[in-house]
Design a protein around this ligand. Sequence first.
Ligand code: APR
Length: 257
Amino acid sequence: MDELIGKVAGMIRESQRVVVFTGAGVSTESGISDFRSPGGIWSRYDPEDFTIQRFVADREARKRNWRLRRELVTANYQPNAAHRAIAELERIGKLSCVITQNIDGLHHTAGNTEAAIVELHGTMKDAKCLSCDDRLSLIQVLGRIDQGEEDPHCRKCGGLLKAATVSFGEAMPEREMRRAEECSRECDLFIVIGSSLVVFPAASMPLIAKRAGATLVIINSTPTDMDSAADVVIHGMAGSVMEAIMEQVRGQRSGPA
Ligand code: APR
């Protein structure tokens, strides 16, 4: 493991344009369940409830969807060492962007700038109207639910309100997809942290980077289907691995003693 950590630190030192790609595994050490590990969200909620078709058609599914939003919002999660390491990569001028599948906003909280963050699956910060696309804060809508409005509708047009996350079957955000593809094509080092890489089109980004000539690193606690395509694979915990890598990047950057 130490040798691999040193190798990735050296790659970061040599790189000018690093893209970090994160999944739910980067937030589990902050206390947020991921989706596909044992006990993950899809073992407690039915993913079918989170398709846009079911959300639109089934009032009970909408209520279960709002219950999960409430669970995620109330706990006031904080960034962990992995998020802090990714924010440090931006501070030292190495990061071109962090493409995240996560909706928890922890890259913002950890200090990455709005300009550097690409939220491919939307955000839990906001809610949106599915008819007129009006945007409002999710907290505001949860407040209305607390007041007894079980199935909140848009006060402008009467359309259905939904968390501004991308549900299965829903169109991907065009601007974010273009930005993610561009960053993936132009980077020289692509680091995946905490993703099973099974949900497309998000999971196509490491392949786009690899095809464009970037070095691919995968840091994940369990094997992924793309491990064989990676130049370096580290099976470990995101927090401790990224902390160790950044210690070496700092150490190497200070040059010979
Ligand atoms: N450190 C490193 N890896 C971890 C850690 C950790 N602390 N905790 C979990 N992992 C790994 C798991 O082993 C798993 O392979 O992170 C991966 C998380 O995979 P998923 O749960 O599938 O999450 P993700 O890849 O983000 O899912 C993609 O699927 O359901 C949709 O929209 C949802 O954005 C999500 C998308």
